[in-house]
Design a binder for this molecule. Structure first.
Ligand SMILES: NC(=O)C1=CN([C@@H]2O[C@H](COP(=O)(O)OP(=O)(O)OC[C@H]3O[C@@H](n4cnc5c(N)ncnc54)[C@H](OP(=O)(O)O)[C@@H]3O)[C@@H](O)[C@H]2O)C=CC1
Ligand SMILES: CCCCCCCCCCCCCCCC(=O)[C@@H](N)CO
Length: 340
């Protein structure tokens, strides 16, 4: 059921989970799914009304209403101090124990051509996409990796820090320049942390002899394709027509599908996680130095994907060129009625 090891690498029942962006779209779907599987869930976002609704929806889905606890915290995660507060509040609410799982889903996409999008909007995308994730990761890991003396060690299950990226971190698409670089930065953070965390995990094996973190930590990153969320409806309204054309091979998935597929991959213990075949091919061509889920399968996938992409990248470029040839640039009008 859980792949070759046949062991569930992501047990949920009784775990305390924090989900950023848990009030809408994919984050809410993850919250509902984990609540249904027996987790204590804290959803974090800015708008209180949507958070209250998410908690109400979770209440209707919990596996055990007497055992499980649900909570929300309103916070703007672009502010690092707010992220520190969130982790402190969750720990207090959780009887002094740190959360077991932190899943970053907060973020939205503001598409547009690079020169047409004002610089403050580019920076805002870096703030909402990259910094909401990096800030909460920083607050979480500072808590999780605090050294504990051998006498203070208790049996603690493995902890998971999960980022939500996008396959646009792997493959360029015109019209996503405000967004894709911030997602690529998350992928780089994830790869770097997945290596750095090994130092702490190594120290953890010696916890009976010297100070070490209270638990093993694993990093994962999800790379969804389009998700049919409120955020997606919003981005469609301002997305350039060319961008819609370039991504027409993507068939957007429902938040609940994306949540379920992601959780299954976490149960197998996967690290970089895609949610459909086109997403896997996009990952395959860009896998590079990232740790692999399976040496054989991922290596075969990258060979195949690199062959496919010999054709895909020139095709995306020539479609873009042809678009300019036919339609001109935004704001221009065809030279049919020259004023003289
Ligand atoms: N939709 C898509 O097609 C794709 C989305 N993704 C990624 O998946 C994730 C979920 O996307 P989606 O389901 O569309 O999400 P939605 O846009 O539907 O929801 C976004 C969530 O993030 C919260 N949020 C936004 N900004 C902040 C902030 N500064 N601080 C705290 N919370 C914030 C929102 O609540 P509030 O506004 O109240 O704060 C809301 O809960 C995002 O990271 C997105 O980039 C990846 C691939 C495709
Ligand atoms: C056979 C293989 C061919 C591969 C072709 C590549 C086509 C590119 C599809 C781009 C899809 C982008 C999905 C992510 C969207 C996203 O993150 C935003 N919607 C943000 O919200």
């Amino acid at each position: 059921m859980f792949g070759s090891g046949s062991q569930n690498e992501f047990p949920i029942e009784g775990q305390t989970v924090v989900i950023t962006g848990g009030s809408d779209g994919m984050g809410k779907a993850v919250a509902l799914e984990l609540a249904a599987r027996g987790a204590n869930v804290v959803v974090v976002a800015r708008t209180v009304s949507k958070l209250v609704t998410a908690v109400d929806e979770m209440k209707a889905k919990v596996a055990n209403i007497f055992k499980q606890r649900l909570h929300y915290i309103s916070a703007d995660l672009t502010d690092p101090a707010e992220c520190e507060r969130v982790i402190a509040e969750v720990t207090a609410w959780n009887s002094g124990a740190a959360p077991d799982i932190v899943w970053c889903c907060a973020g939205f996409c503001r598409p547009g051509y690079f020169v047409d999008v004002p610089i403050p909007d580019h920076r805002q995308q870096m703030d909402t996409i990259y910094w909401t994730a990096a800030n909460i990761a920083h607050a979480t890991l500072r808590n999780w990796l605090t050294p504990v003396a051998p006498s203070g060690q208790m049996k603690t299950t493995r902890r998971h820090l999960i980022f939500t990226c996008s396959t646009l971190a792997f493959v360029p698409i015109a019209g996503y320049s405000p967004y894709s670089p911030a997602k690529a930065a998350i992928r780089s953070l994830s790869d770097t942390l997945s290596q750095e965390i090994e130092m702490y995990n190594g120290a953890y094996t010696q916890r009976h002899r010297s100070d070490a973190p209270a638990a093993d930590v694993k990093i994962h990153t999800i790379f969804p394709m389009g998700i049919l969320s409120p955020g997606f409806d919003n981005e469609q309204r301002t997305k350039p027509e060319l961008t819609k054309k370039l991504e027409e091979s993507d068939k957007p998935q429902t938040p609940s599908e994306v949540a379920k597929i992601s959780i299954s991959a976490l149960e197998r213990g996967d690290y970089l996680i895609t949610t459909n075949v086109v997403g896997s091919i996009m990952k395959g061509t860009a896998l590079g130095p990232s740790p692999k889920n399976s040496i054989v399968r991922d290596t075969m996938l990258s060979w195949l994907s690199n062959l496919v992409f010999l054709q895909v990248i020139p095709d995306l470029r020539s479609k873009t060129f042809a678009w300019g040839k036919q339609n001109g640039i935004p704001g221009s009008t065809p030279d049919s009625a020259p004023d003289s």
